[in-house]
Design a protein around this ligand. Sequence first.
Ligand SMILES: [Zn+2]
Length: 269
Amino acid sequence: MTGRWIEVADGVHARRYVELDLTVGLVIGAERCLVVDTRGDLDQGAELAAAVRELTSLPWSVVYTHAHFDHAWGTERFQPCAVWAHEGCRAELAESAEDDRAKWIAYYREQGKADTADAIARTTFVVPDHLFTDRAELDLGGRTAVLLHPGRAHTDHDAVVHVPDVDVLFAGDVVENAEHGFSAFSFSGDSDLTAWPDTFDRLLELRPRVVVPGHGDPVDADFLRYHRHGLHELIALKAAMGRGETTEAAAVAASRYPGDVTLAALATP
Ligand SMILES: [Zn+2]
């Protein structure tokens, strides 16, 4: 259950976990710090809160990159604090969190991970109380963290956190660094495959030196360029299938991604 800090720039940290290959973040200013995602339940959130306190005793606020449980359900142990998110995140949590809770409890029971299932059952969701639409700047004291909605991609309410003084970008699940880049979890009914490359372009315009994904180790801008091409290929394959010019099997064979990833992308709305 323990994680591992990676200092990606002075006072800017990614924390890696074996569970779901999750990556969360911490940006430390001179007066305040910002926690980027809080893990998936109250026990995981308590672990993260203690880990943050090993690095800094400054007051914290939290930002959610999106509403999915593994990023946003560990906030209880950080309270009281400001919780930032894109405006769409609040409605998504309010609408779907209880259904998601039942789904993930069943998932972890099936996996034989009763402790995690029980922790999810005991978790109280914390809905964000500081919302932004396009952009918000958080003054951390001597350092600004910029919250941005770069467009639709993994969800319709993705938020990324740019730390311009060190060119670090926390991208949430807009960027994943699974074995082949995207995973089957990257694409769901919440995702917008067609809009995703433009969203990548907006991230690249920030000229990040380090991009911290929502899952996997930190990457660079070249990683985004490679997978922007991959997204364009997936969009073309989906369009060709829609026109009846290719079969699902042929699309899977032509894709640079594994079958499960390609099928998940082709199944997006
Ligand atoms: Zn997600």
